[in-house]
Design a binder for this molecule. Structure first.
Ligand SMILES: [Mg+2]
Ligand SMILES: [Zn+2]
Length: 189
């Protein structure tokens, strides 16, 4: 069994904007590529798990999203093992308008990755900039890192406090999250 680091996409790997509707709108944060390579080189599967309700909202298509993720792979030297997305939204009509199991804070995307790649969640991690990322790890042994590189953290952390689901640690950005993960796996903390 392999261990993984699950990464949220927007606000964690690339700059947070309302919706990334095209490859041009995907702008990697400065340390993202290097951070992903460090995780891969440490033996982790890097798995991106991302809510993409822009598909349910008709802002972009599955084909465009695939092109956006090709760019993400290209700019991270193909070090990402899998990119899994939820195209749904519970409040919208149409083929993607439903209450699914994969939209974070639900844990469906993590479970999909477990089945697809044979991941051992014990000793694995999840990193994200939203309360719903951290909440997606509830009920699993995943250790979680909340990063301050995306959404305004105060609101997100308040939501986590109310849900009594605080992250294992907080970090400024993905680079700092990876610093902590690599120390944590070596048992240095
Ligand atoms: Mg995010
Ligand atoms: Zn979904």
């Amino acid at each position: 069994m392999k261990r993984a680091v699950f990464l949220d996409r927007d606000g964690t790997i690339n700059r947070e904007v309302d919706f990334v509707e095209s490859p041009e709108r995907l702008e990697l944060l400065p340390s993202a590529c290097e951070s992903i390579l460090r995780l891969r080189d440490a033996g982790f599967l890097v798995v991106v798990v991302t809510n993409q309700s822009g598909i349910a909202r008709n802002l972009y298509s599955e084909t465009t999203l695939a092109r956006i993720h090709e760019k993400l792979q290209r700019e991270t030297q193909n070090a990402i093992a899998a990119v899994l997305h939820c195209p749904h939204h519970p409040d919208l009509a149409g083929p993607y308008g439903r209450d699914c199991d994969c939209r974070k804070p639900k844990g469906g995307l993590v479970q999909q990755a477990v089945e697809l790649l044979g991941i051992e969640l014990e000793g694995s991690y999840l990193v994200g900039d939203s309360a719903r990322d951290v909440l997606a790890a509830r009920g699993t042994p995943l250790r979680t890192v909340y990063v301050h590189s995306g959404k305004p953290p105060q609101k997100e952390l308040n939501a986590l406090r109310e849900a009594q689901s605080m992250p294992t640690v907080e970090a400024m950005d993905l680079a700092a999250a990876v610093d902590w993960i690599l120390r944590d796996t070596r048992g240095e903390e």
